[in-house]
Design a protein around this ligand. Structure first.
Ligand SMILES: NC(=O)c1ccc[n+]([C@@H]2O[C@H](COP(=O)([O-])OP(=O)(O)OC[C@H]3O[C@@H](n4cnc5c(N)ncnc54)[C@H](O)[C@@H]3O)[C@@H](O)[C@H]2O)c1
Ligand SMILES: [Zn+2]
Ligand SMILES: [Zn+2]
Length: 374
């Protein structure tokens, strides 16, 4: 079968790989119909994630048709159309029984957090779903059946980024009437804006420097702040009469630092500043508020503004989204037409075009979300 394989930094190729097999009685084999490229895949693409080994099939956002199931699978059957959370969760350990799906104790013998598809060895090294077929472990727990009225183009977002955007708003404790600042207008930021409005936010500020992305969050009702043109902290302070906003970081450690000098643009992230967003948030956050950080951070950072966090009594909450806590409810919102995730899609490609799509998504340039059709 064809699969998108990591060969090293900036080197992703389409390889022929053997078909996956049932390895455990609770496995299912999924024939992938739609898959997607995520901002988290870009961290891999940049070669900046520890424990990433050549040969790994990429892709943690996928859906499709169940092709085969092991003898202990009873929650799905051959022919079911499902979307699969990126977290791999056994469903039975202490953490799964307490709905902390992203910290499953059984799915990742190689590391502390739970397993995930198509990611580093430190998250279990499972092959992912940017491929024609994928093995889905613990198939009684992960796959969510998709109603006929919901298209692939809508349901695919329930594998990761719609739940993750919602998770950002949830851990930030967004309440009706809050003013919310979402840093990053990429796919996760887009869904964090949508989710903040779903939770009753009064105003949502969307901060980025990519005009095409800000256009999309503006259409959701957000007030766009291009940080190349305006100081986001000052804007948020002025707009909230000095009180500040509930803040969500949908950027993570590959944040572009803001410098008054001419911007050095992507692709090489030469002007990266992993603490740029955290520093802005510490200044713009409402005192005594929660900060939601779905953006990924890796490693240790110097000069973390702990004093300001203490002084303003900010509570930081971060980590992998436990997708299963949100995907079913968000599916229902899509099913009844309350929300439509599809405007974030900019490109739909075939698997052969995926290596080029990684390059394009990395450069941004109007690319907001790439779907892969099989
Ligand atoms: N916690 C989770 O479970 C989870 C799940 C999915 C994605 N993520 C993470 O969420 C983050 C966003 O994902 P994505 O798919 O939207 O990625 P993306 O790379 O497409 O988008 C990131 C956006 O941030 C913008 N940006 C860069 N520097 C900025 C700054 N200083 N201020 C404001 N915006 C800035 C970029 O221009 C870009 O539009 C990534 O770190 C990704 O790994 C986490
Ligand atoms: Zn993702
Ligand atoms: Zn578990």
């Amino acid at each position: 079968m064809k699969a998108v394989v990591y060969h090293g930094a900036y080197d992703v190729e389409v390889d022929d790989k053997p078909l996956p097999r049932i390895e455990h009685p609770e496995d299912a084999i999924l024939r992938v119909t739609t898959s997607a490229i995520c901002g988290s895949d870009l961290h891999l693409y940049h070669g900046s994630v520890p424990g990433m080994e050549p040969g790994q099939t990429l892709g943690h956002e996928f859906m499709g048709i169940i092709e085969d199931v092991g003898p202990e699978v009873h929650e799905v059957k051959k022919g079911d159309r499902v979307v699969v959370p990126f977290n791999i969760s056994c469903g039975k350990c202490w953490f799964c029984r307490h709905q902390k799906w992203s910290q499953c104790d059984r799915s990742n013998p190689k590391g502390e957090a739970g397993g995930a598809f198509g990611y580093t060895q430190l998250l279990g090294g499972y092959d992912g779903g940017q491929a024609e077929f994928v093995r889905v472990p613990y198939a009684n727990t992960g796959p969510l059946i998709v109603p006929d009225s919901v298209s692939d183009e809508q349901a695919i977002f329930l594998a990761d980024i719609f739940p993750t955007g919602y998770f950002g708003a949830d851990i930030a404790g967004v309440q009706p009437g809050d003013d919310v600042a979402v840093f990053g207008a990429g796919p996760v930021g887009f869904f964090a804006v949508m989710s903040s409005f779903l939770r009753g936010a009064a105003r949502v500020f969307s901060i980025d420097h990519e005009p095409a992305r800000l256009e999309k969050t503006k259409k959701l009702g957000a007030e766009a702040i291009n940080f190349n043109e305006q100081d986001p902290v000052q804007f948020i302070k002025d707009a909230t009469k000095g009180r500040g906003a509930i803040c969500i970081d949908a950027v993570g450690y590959e944040a572009v630092g803001h410098h008054k000098a001419p911007q050095v643009k992507h692709p090489a992230y030469e002007n990266e500043d992993p603490l740029q967003v955290i520093n802005w948030i510490c200044q713009a956050a409402r005192k005594f508020s929660n900060v939601g950080i779905p953006g990924v951070y890796i490693g240790a950072y110097d000069q973390f503004p702990l004093g300001q966090i203490f002084h303003k009594e900010l509570q930081l909450r971060m980590g992998q989204c436990p997708v299963k806590n949100y995907n079913e409810q968000l599916m229902h919102l899509i099913e009844v037409g309350r929300v439509d995730p599809t405007p974030i899609i900019s490109n739909t490609v075939h698997i052969e075009e995926v290596p080029e799509s990684y390059r394009e998504f990395d450069r941004k340039n109007g690319v907001t979300k790439v779907l892969v059709k099989f």
